[in-house]
Design a protein around this ligand. Structure first.
Ligand SMILES: *[C@@H]1O[C@H](CO)[C@@H](O)[C@H](O)[C@H]1NC(C)=O
Ligand SMILES: *[C@@H]1O[C@H](CO)[C@@H](O)[C@H](O)[C@H]1NC(C)=O
Ligand SMILES: *[C@@H]1O[C@H](CO)[C@@H](O)[C@H](O)[C@H]1NC(C)=O
Ligand SMILES: [Ca+2]
Ligand SMILES: [Zn+2]
Length: 592
């Protein structure tokens, strides 16, 4: 395991700990829906028909097609429609033996989009049903207009794009449907609009005769989290409510499974027992933190759980853009059919009872869930919670990324030598720094980690990170006397930090880290570092890890940043003629 402040050398599947930092600005983090498009859905009814059938165990379950027939006969009779006015869209049988049958009303062979109905069959009997187009008592047969369109599907697309400003999502083929608008049934073209960068994805029904949008469905789930919003680092900068922070590509089903707890596809964040059994999840979108009360108060556990859920998910979503995907071995409960091994969402232990003044992260191979343990820090009174200083959980999660990417995700054993483990600590601090960087930062500014939990402006490393050699004098030869992984990591960060600033100075800074294709220096630096992890050998040395970054520059950018990388490393002694003996060499290769 790697820890945040201490050198723990626990065996097993390489755990790691540390500090980390926040993320992108509002543009990158805030996802919104598609505004106020029309939406109408008739009031739905739900009725239990047969409680006895529901509660009886299912003995010999009948074939599913037979259950579907029972459901369909029931619904058509109940709703007063003919067999060809109802079509089943999907059905399945659950573990209790109940067959769920879903469909919609059809008229003139065309689906009425918001006239849905379902029936649920167990032991050959309908146990309950629902519908959104009336019951036998009050079904009003609406006037159905003919299948007639003045506008083509392409016309409808053009009109919808023009009126919403959202591009057409061509993966979805336009179909014709009726839609109940509340005042009439309208014949419409159904199509999708999507802007991945803005997190917008809507389905709209365009009146096939007037071109007006008459109905819509927003596929983007709404959520909000009260957190220490990246790029802020700790509660000293306050809490902010971030809305819809999910990235639609990395987390197509959102972050929270139910929208009510800190449990989802990417992370499972809870207060746990010493044996790591989840006891209390964070809930809703709340988040309270008062520094005058102990971290263990319920409100503070809630604040920490929500913040940790946010950080774990942000880093999941950002690292995804740079290549830490399902196939590369990332941490997800379900991989949505995109390859890799699933069932390994990050488990986070909020205010873990088994330690203090630290944090750690254990990374088994792909397919086995890692564990991030966050401890309370005891330097202050009241104590402080490491889960609220963003660089700490960012640092920890990055141990997971570096362990899974180095040498392939199937191993979990490729950062085990002291030098490789030291770089593991370094990558974790580096990602923390990158995600908490602000556009106003400067190269020579002192960046510290752990200042909040320790209530010490110097932080917990031996020097602040900076390109100034007086603020931070570390160089390659410093490793002749540094043998502890965090001490080694500090030196590695300095090499990366010099490279980062060469790139930011020359190519600028973007506060949107979600666009990995950006040419901004900070985005390029993050891609080079994550790309380097994919290339480097199992248990790399500093020389081979640097060379793997140079290879990433070749593969991603055709070698464009070669000299910016070399100059960064050479300034701190890892120049062209440097060897594993750790003697400083500041020379550059020819062409730089
Ligand atoms: C929205 O949330 C619901 C319930 O949490 C989930 O079933 C659905 O898949 C989510 N959809 C998207 C697009 O995130
Ligand atoms: C966790 O704490 C329990 C008692 O609080 C102790 O027995 C156990 O050894 C600890 N485990 C670890 C991994 O520190
Ligand atoms: C942090 O340190 C300052 C001065 O060093 C001290 O006044 C303050 O009480 C400390 N805060 C906490 C929460 O311990
Ligand atoms: Ca996985
Ligand atoms: Zn660490």
């Amino acid at each position: 395991m790697r820890t945040f402040t201490l050198a723990l050398t626990l065996a097993v599947a390489a755990a790691s700990s540390v500090l980390a930092a926040p993320a992108p600005d509002a543009t990158g983090l805030h996802r919104r829906g598609a505004g106020k498009l029309p939406f109408y859905f008739p009031e739905s009814v739900y009725e239990t028909v047969n409680e006895d059938a529901a509660s009886r165990p299912s003995f010999a379950s009948i074939p599913e097609d037979q259950a579907v027939k029972i459901a369909t006969d029931f619904l058509t009779a109940k709703l007063g429609i003919t067999a060809d006015e109802f079509q089943v869209a999907n059905s399945f049988t659950d573990a209790s033996g109940t067959t769920h049958v879903y469909g919609a009303q059809f008229a003139n062979g065309v689906r009425v989009a918001n006239h849905q109905a379902a029936a649920h069959v167990k032991n050959g009997e309908v146990v309950s049903y629902s519908s959104s187009f009336g019951t036998d008592q009050h079904l009003v047969k609406p006037h159905i207009p003919p299948v007639q369109a003045k506008l083509t599907a392409d016309d409808a697309v053009a009109k919808a794009v023009a009126s919403t400003g959202i591009p057409h999502h061509k993966d979805f083929t336009t179909v014709s449907e009726y839609v109940n608008t509340g005042s009439a049934i309208v014949y419409a073209h159904k199509l999708q609009l999507r802007d991945e960068n803005k997190g917008q994805w809507v389905q709209v029904w365009v009146d096939a005769n007037t071109g007006e949008i008459v109905h819509s469905a927003d596929f983007v789930n709404k959520s909000s989290y009260k957190v220490v919003a990246l790029p802020n680092t700790s509660p000293l900068q306050g809490f902010t409510t971030v809305s819809n922070p999910e990235d639609a590509t990395a987390s197509p089903n959102g972050w929270s499974t139910t929208g009510t707890t800190t449990k989802g596809n990417n992370a499972d964040v809870a207060k746990r027992t010493a044996s790591e059994t989840a006891v209390t999840y964070g809930s809703g979108s709340g988040g309270v933190f008062t520094s005058s009360s102990a971290p263990s108060t319920a409100a503070n556990i809630q604040a920490s759980a929500v913040n940790l859920f946010y950080i774990a998910n942000v880093l999941h979503d950002i690292s995804y853009q740079y290549g830490f995907t399902e196939k590369a071995g990332n941490f997800q409960l379900s991989n949505n059919g995109k390859g890799g091994k699933a069932n390994d969402a990050v488990r986070v232990s909020v205010q873990d009872p088994n330690g203090t003044d630290n944090a750690d992260f254990s990374t088994p191979a792909d397919g086995q869930a890692p564990l991030m343990r966050m401890f309370v820090f005891t330097a202050t009174s009241p104590n402080r919670d490491g889960g609220l200083e963003n660089v700490i959980p960012l640092h920890e999660y990055t141990h997971g990324i570096s362990n899974r990417l180095t040498g392939g995700s199937a191993t979990g054993q490729c950062l085990q030598t002291t030098e490789a483990g030291g770089m593991g600590e370094g990558w974790s601090d580096f990602v923390g720094l990158v995600l908490t960087a602000k556009s106003s930062d400067t190269a020579t500014q002192a960046r510290v980690v752990g200042n909040y939990v320790e209530n010490n402006s110097a932080g917990i490393r031996s020097y602040p990170y900076s390109t100034s050699t007086s603020t931070n004098p570390l160089k390659y030869s410093s490793l002749k006397t540094r043998n502890e992984v965090h001490d080694i990591g500090e030196v590695w960060v300095e090499f990366l930090w010099e490279m980062y600033w060469n790139l930011v100075t020359k190519y600028g800074f973007s506060s949107n880290l979600y666009n990995a294709k950006s040419t901004a220096g900070n985005v390029v630096a993050l891609q080079l570092v994550i790309g380097g992890m994919m290339n480097q050998p199992c248990n790399p040395t500093i020389i081979s890890a640097r060379n793997a970054i140079l290879t990433a520059d070749q593969t991603f950018y055709g070698g464009k940043y070669k000299c910016d990388i070399w100059k960064g490393f050479a300034k701190r002694g890892v120049g062209n003629s440097a060897t594993t003996t750790k003697t400083d060499k500041t020379d550059l290769p020819s062409g730089c």
